[in-house]
Design a protein around this ligand. Structure first.
Ligand code: LLP
Length: 420
């Protein structure tokens, strides 16, 4: 459930009519709903009530806006970060370092050192050498770095290939059949406090069965590790729960997921860590856009909007579906293609879709754009970097400015030898 709804025929975010935001900030612009973030955070937490000791680390990559992080920090969420930049954001939002998990297959030595300096709560190791380097860095500081070993369970999550992470050919984690031997070796290091294991098999998962299969493998691994004499106090179950993008999509609910987790982990006796991203942020944001032209096409008209693939990359990258509705629907329908101004055919949001009839100057929204939206934006075609607005009840604030092309141009230099 989200807080984007029509009132008197006008789409609102909570109590704010979207035309007011378009008027004040211009388009395209991402609009987020605080109440939706809070609700999703609470629903996910409640869903895991039956799963024992739980630590929730919001996967910042889904939506790293510092105001959004502040809301989630208020809701008691820690953070899952994958770069020093994300770590800085989490800290800036007031998330305690001890509640931060540092994931990622390519943490640099510098980032490992920065994270040790910050005192972050858990390193998710992706390879043995990373564990050795981290151990040496921590030992040199007279510390023990808290860590878990990410394993690759070789499970097909049944999602888009580009966001599938748990098959053995993927770059993530260590092969599950090598995990015990690696754990034995890494746990010898004084600089490491190796507490358990982690997995994350993919994103936008529409079926719980692959997750349950992966968790079963992790359960066996925990038993093997304990039999080998290791103390296992934590298991990080990652993120990945999908969200509905189409009006008639039916996905497992957080409650279904929580019940599965409780069942799969009943006898583990560990603290469970979760790294939800999309399920918290996805339906908490929309991309508000204005129709520039309705261009006649051979089969269907092209609705050319002022948002493009540089603002919302998911359609071009993953053939994703984002629902499009008019902000003030007339009741008429049309079959149309929806595309942005960028000069490539990939900049097409929909082909032959039945949508609200729109004309030049009308506003529309792409729904479910709160996760992996603004954060994946670029300035391709020398377009501005898209701004972000956070709504809370009847008030709203710009929480990320539009970065204009002239600002980006000002950061570029013509070297001496090319100057005239
Ligand atoms: N933990 C780890 C280690 C991850 O790699 C990810 C996502 C998450 C947690 C959060 O997963 P979520 O709960 O959001 O599914 N840009 C793509 C999604 C990439 C996901 C990458 N990893 C998209 O727009 O669909």
């Amino acid at each position: 459930m989200d807080h984007f709804a029509y009132r008197d025929g006008v789409m609102h975010a909570e109590d704010v009519a979207l035309p007011a935001i378009a008027e004040a900030v211009g388009t395209p612009v991402y609009v987020y709903s605080t109440a939706t973030f809070r609700r999703h955070a609470q629903v996910f937490r409640d869903a895991l009530k039956g799963a024992g000791r739980v630590h929730l680390a919001y996967a910042i990559k889904a939506n790293p806006n510092v105001a959004v992080l502040r809301v989630l920090a208020d809701e008691g969420y820690g953070a899952d970060v994958v770069s020093a930049g994300e770590m800085q954001r989490a800290l800036a939002a007031g998330i305690p370092a001890s509640d931060i998990v540092f994931s990622g297959v390519g943490k640099t030595r510098r980032e490992l050192a920065q994270a040790l300096d910050a005192g972050i709560g858990q390193f998710n190791l992706e390879l043995e050498e990373e564990g050795e380097v981290l151990a040496a860095l921590a030992h040199a500081r007279g510390e023990r770095a808290p860590a878990v070993l990410r394993v690759n369970p070789d499970v097909d999550a049944g999602t888009h290939a580009k966001i599938s992470t748990g098959r053995k050919e993927n770059k993530f984690g260590v092969a599950i059949d090598q995990a015990v031997a690696m754990f034995d070796r890494l746990s010898q290091h004084d600089g490491l406090d190796l507490r358990g294991v982690a997995i994350h098999i993919g994103s936008q998962l529409a079926d719980l069965a692959p997750l349950e299969a992966a968790y079963a493998r992790i359960g066996e691994l925990v038993a093997e590790l304990r039999a080998a004499g290791h103390t296992i106090s934590r298991v990080d179950l990652g993120g990945g729960l999908g969200v509905p993008y189409k009006p008639d999509d039916v996905l497992p609910s957080p409650a279904d997921y929580g019940a599965m987790v409780a069942r799969a982990t009943a006898d583990w006796d560990v603290e469970l860590m979760f790294e939800p991203g999309r399920v918290i942020a996805g339906n908490a944001g929309v991309l508000l856009t204005e129709v520039i032209w309705v261009k006649p096409g051979v089969l269907n008209p092209y609705v050319i909007v002022d948002a493009a693939m540089n603002d919302l990359a998911r359609v071009a990258m993953y053939d994703a579906y984002h629902d499009f509705v008019a902000v003030e629907p007339s009741g008429e329908r049309m079959t149309a293609n929806i595309a942005g101004p960028v000069c490539e055919t990939g900049d097409t949001f929909a082909m032959g879709r039945d949508i609200d009839a729109v004309k030049s100057g009308d506003l529309g929204i792409f729904r479910t754009a709160g996760a992996y939206g603004a954060t994946m934006a670029s300035t391709y075609n020398s377009r501005a970097l898209v701004p972000e607005v956070l709504v809370d009840g009847d008030r709203f604030a710009v929480v990320a400015d539009r970065i204009h092309p002239e600002t980006i141009l000002a950061a570029e230099r013509v070297p001496e030898w090319l100057k005239r």
